[in-house]
Design a protein around this ligand. Structure first.
Ligand SMILES: *Cc1c(COP(=O)(O)O)cnc(C)c1O
Length: 371
């Protein structure tokens, strides 16, 4: 049996005609950048995120970059970042000449440790970027109260968490700005790159819109130096086809996660694996289903030989990356993230995964530990 980590073919088969019709509509209109498709998507996504504004941008990476630019983050500033995330979270800070201050994670949820974040505050801190990793919100009450006291902005990295909730509030509406990605492997994926910035702050929304098109308030008049962070109409049209399906796809991911829990209890009760922890006041949308396991690399090779796709998110925390060596962090300095890097393993959890495939995955894991 083959079980890929992610299979986008199955999803596409179900919506093929609608997607091709939407692409045809954009080609007929010959309006490819911003325009009515993007504006309609922005209105629809503002409703999903529960914010006043939603601004379509070119990628999740650019969402983070332009959000930080809108806040005026630059040289001399510090931004607090969990050391355990996808590269863009830290890269966006460094690209603006600011200093990324890396902090450790809560080992249960893989998300930023709010106490560690508080200890990392300084007079130079301008913002904090909590990441809702794998599809579960960070501990936002502590992050936002700390930020309010310190007078700093909160930029949520919600790239993996569209539709996730914290105390019944959607992610992207909890901080100063929210950043989403429509990279094809995310729960809502485009036919290419795309992203979104959300906010309830009207002035910041206007700033993001300005920066998205080279800071131009009208053609060839530039108020500030921005960039080309615009979303394609083709991507917006495809995302509008997919958006109504998102709640059902998310429910399938959650059902698959619940089924893994049941299968591990029934068929691999002795296997030394730790399943993802769901914090009580949050809804996890399972962009990834990440185990913590001993002998991770050997297990991964065993599963690969059995035709099962897995991935390691993430093998090297930011503070140990070569590009951040000049920041002066050492191995052993942020131990929870280092442990997570050695132990984490993502299993297939995509919506169309079958029960038979999940049973096979769990049996292969049980086999590995009982050979
Ligand atoms: C995917 C992702 C991003 C970047 O999104 P792109 O659209 O790929 O640029 C940023 N942060 C996290 C946590 C991500 O998973």
């Amino acid at each position: 049996m083959k079980v890929p980590l992610l299979d986008l073919h199955a999803q596409f088969q179900g919506i093929r005609d609608e997607v091709l019709a939407a692409i045809g509509r954009v080609c007929d209109a010959q309006r490819f950048v911003l325009g009515p498709e993007v504006e309609a998507l922005e209105r629809e996504l503002a409703r999903v995120a529960g914010t006043r504004d939603a601004i379509g941008v070119s990628s999740g990476t650019d969402a983070l970059l332009v959000a930080l630019m809108a806040l005026g983050v630059g040289s001399g500033d510090e931004v607090i970042v969990p050391t355990y995330s996808f590269f863009a979270t830290a890269g966006s800070v460094s690209r603006l000449g600011a200093r990324a201050v890396f902090v450790d994670i809560d080992p249960a949820t893989f998300n930023i440790d709010p106490d560690a974040a508080r200890r990392a505050l300084s007079a130079r801190t301008k913002a904090i970027i909590p990441v809702h990793l794998f599809g579960q919100s960070a501990e936002m009450a502590e992050v936002t109260s700390m930020a309010r006291e310190a007078g700093i902005a909160v930029v949520e990295d919600a790239a993996q968490a569209i539709g996730a909730r914290y105390r019944d509030q959607p992610v992207g509406s909890l901080g100063t700005l929210g950043c989403f990605s429509f990279y094809p492997s995310k729960n809502l994926g485009a036919c290419g790159d795309g992203g979104l910035v959300t906010t309830n702050d009207q002035a910041l929304a206007e700033r993001v819109r300005l920066l998205r098109s080279h800071g131009a308030s009208q053609q060839y008049r530039h108020e500030v130096v921005g960039g080309n962070f615009r979303l394609d109409a083709l991507q917006a049209a495809v995302l509008r086809v997919k958006l109504p399906h998102l709640p059902a796809w998310t429910a399938c991911r959650q059902a698959n996660a619940a089924r893994y829990r049941q299968l591990f209890a029934e068929r691999a009760p002795e296997a030394p694996v730790r399943l993802p922890v769901e914090a009580p006041d949050r809804t996890h949308i399972y962009n990834q289903f990440v185990l913590r396991v001993p002998a991770r690399d050997a297990l991964r090779a065993h599963l690969a030989a059995a035709g099962i796709g897995t991935e390691v998110y993430y093998p090297l925390p930011f503070h140990l990356q070569p590009c951040f060596a000049s920041l002066g962090y050492r191995r052993g300095g942020l131990p929870e993230a280092e442990r997570a890097s050695a132990e984490s393993l993502a299993l297939p959890v995509f919506p169309e995964l079958s029960e038979e495939q999940q049973r096979y995955v769990v049996e292969q894991i049980a086999d590995f530990y009982h050979r």
